[in-house]
Design a protein around this ligand. Structure first.
Ligand code: SF4
Ligand code: SF4
Ligand code: FES
Length: 254
């Protein structure tokens, strides 16, 4: 086993302010960035705040920015960096810092609460739902989300624009709306809820200009833009500009 000393810059501070601090820390074969942060805690800075849980890329807690890119610390191998490269670890930029690498991601929970849940079809009980495998596969991709919020952090609509946060749900929750809107058994429309319209009017779908940055950072490889956001935009536009669709929706709502 080989080991070496790596140079790290880690952001330390709180809501009042802070800055990068330099460290030299041992790295061993097979380690990930989270291992190094834990070694820093164990040997040099016992009060370094970091959030983590599974160390297996499944809980979505250890999100941070590594050399400026939103990533999971537990899934970022040290071997992707040159040995003489300085590795910089900073908290997620789109959310308020609590302390060191820990941010307040409450914005995301608030947005989650604003998305109306699946509306069960009338007359069918659980166990009686039947769906085409194709439809199951489609929502299964979206259900792989581990809620790491890396996509929310990287999206330029809110990354440096606090003022957009109120009007924009972000890719993770627009994807959730798309998932429900594509669900063949969702009876929202019968219940008077137009998910396409609310995506536009209440969750800021129009702010997304399909740059795909969210897709690029998703650790689950979910094709957020191609498979959720673009189809949702297409469906929302169809609804708005197709006179027959518009008329149908008015009649159904009466
Ligand atoms: S594709 Fe849309 S949601 Fe995703 S990062 Fe770009 S603007 Fe944000
Ligand atoms: S869609 Fe991907 S990047 Fe976004 S919260 Fe879910 S797992 Fe994380
Ligand atoms: S610790 Fe759970 S995803 Fe990294």
């Amino acid at each position: 086993m080989s080991s070496y000393e790596a140079r790290f810059k880690v952001w330390r501070g709180d809501a009042e302010g802070g800055g990068l601090e330099d460290f030299e820390v041992e790295v061993n074969d097979g380690e990930v960035v989270l291992d190094i942060i834990h070694r820093l805690q164990a040997t040099q800075v016992p009060d370094l705040a970091v959030r983590w849980n599974c160390k297996a890329g499944k809980c979505g807690s250890c999100s941070a920015e590594i050399n400026g890119r939103p990533r999971l610390m537990c899934m970022t191998r040290m071997s992707v960096f040159e040995r003489d490269e300085t590795v910089t670890v900073t908290p997620l930029r789109a959310f308020p810092v609590i302390r060191d690498l820990v941010t307040d991601v409450g914005f995301n929970y608030a947005k989650a609460r604003q998305v109306p849940a699946f509306v069960p079809p009338e007359g069918l009980g659980p166990g009686e739902y039947r769906m085409m495998q194709e439809d199951v596969d489609r929502s299964q991709e979206f259900r792989k989300c581990i809620e790491c919020f890396l996509c929310q952090d990287t999206c330029h609509v809110v990354r440096d624009h606090e003022e957009n946060k109120q009007a924009f749900a972000g890719p993770r929750f627009l994807m959730r709306i798309a998932e429900l809107d594509m669900h063949p058994l969702d009876a929202a429309e019968e219940a008077g809820l137009d998910r396409k319209r609310t995506a536009q009017d209440d969750h800021g779908l129009g702010y997304c200009n399909i740059t795909k940055c969210c897709t690029e950072v998703c650790p689950e490889g979910i094709r957020i833009t191609d498979n959720a956001l673009i189809p949702l935009k297409e469906r929302a536009v169809d609804r708005k500009y197709d006179p027959l669709v518009w008329l149908g929706s008015k009649i159904r709502r009466r």
